[in-house]
Design a protein around this ligand. Sequence first.
Ligand code: GDP
Ligand code: ZN
Length: 364
Amino acid sequence: MVTGTVLRSHAGGCLVHSDELGLTLLCAWRGRLKKEKVSILTGDLVVLDEVDCTAGSAVIVSRLERRSFVSRPPVANVDQVVIVQSVHQPEWNPLLCDRLLVHYQLEMGSALPIVCVNKCDIACPTELEALQKIYEPLGYFVIIVSAATGQGMDTLISVLRGKVSVLSGPSGVGKSSILNILDPELHLKVGAVYEDSCLGRHTTTSSELYRIDTGRQAAAKSSWIADTPGFNLSELRHPEPNEVFFQFPELAELYADCKFSNCMHLVEQECNVLSNLEKIAPSRYESYKTLVAEAQAENKLRQVTSQKVDAAVKVVGGKDQGVLVPRLSGRYRAASRRGEKQELANLSRRSKTTSEEVPVDDSQ
Ligand code: GDP
Ligand code: ZN
C-alpha cells in the first residue's frame, strides 16, 4: 500500500507526495470517491494505486482518517499554526494578532498557536521585548526572526521539524520570504507591502503544502508548511459572546474568581476582571472588547436569520411527528382564504331555495 500527502487539491485532481517513493505524483481520484463525495484537502493522507513512476501519476483510492482539520483555509492534519506579523512595514497589529489567535484556538482546540515576529532587523529591542512580555506569560511561544538577516531562523526551524504547520498572517509581513529561507528551491515571489490592512489581496480557497528541509530528518518525519492564501476578516471565527474570555488566558484565569456566573467582564461592578485590569495588557483587553461586540453582532444576525426561517415555515402533522412546510406568502394566503369563503358561499347558496345573495366578506 503506497500512501502520500496531498500537497495541493484541485477539482481535477491532486498533487501528492509519497515519502516511500520519494516522488511527487499527479493523481486522479478513483470514481467511487467522487460518487461518495469524499473531500480530499491539502494535508490529507491518501492511499495510492496504479502508481506510474515514469509518468509521475497515480490514482487516489482512499483517504486516511484526519487527525485534525483547519477549515479556513482548509488544511488537514495540521499540528500547529504559526501566526506571522512584522513589527514594522506593515506595523504590528495587536487586534489582528489576537483575532488570529482566537480563530486558530477555536479551529485547533488544544494546540496553542505560535507567534512569529518578523523583520526584527528594523525594530528596536524594546519593541520586541514589549511583544514578548505580552504573549509569553500567556503561554504562547514567541519566535523573533528576520527573513532578511536570518536571525531566529534556527529556532523557527526547530519548531517546524517533523510537523505539519500552517503559516498565517497578513500580506507583506514576510511569509514568502521566510518560506524561501526554509527552502531556497521554492523561489516564491516576494511581493511589496500592501498598505491596506486586509489579510491578503487575493482570496483563494486552496492552500499549498511545501515540504521543507529542516535538517536531521532522515529518520524522522518530513516537515511540512502550508502558506495560507489571503482570507477575509469575516471568515475568522468568533466564540459565543459569553465565551470569548475563554480564549484569552489572562481573562479566563481571573474569571475563576469572578463572583458573577455569567459576567461579560465589561461593565459589572465588582467584576474580578475589571478589578484587576492593571494585570491585563491594554491592547489585549481592547481586543477582547472588540471580539465580544463582534460576537454579539454575529449572534444577533443569526437570530434575525433564524426568525425569518421560522416565519417562513410551519409544522404540519403534530408537534412530534410533524413536518415543516413553507408558509404561503401573504398574497397566496389571502387568495386561498377568499377561495374558501367563496366556496362556502356557493355551497350555502345552493342549499338555499331562495335567490338571496350571500354577502362575501372580502376584507381580509
Ligand atoms: P508576504 O506577503 O507575507 O509573503 O511577504 P513577502 O515575503 O512578500 O515580503 C514583503 C516585503 O517585506 C518584501 O519587500 C520583503 O523583502 C520584505 N521583508 C520580508 N522579510 C523581511 C525582514 O525580515 N526584514 C525586512 N527589513 N524586510 C523583510
Ligand atoms: Zn467579570
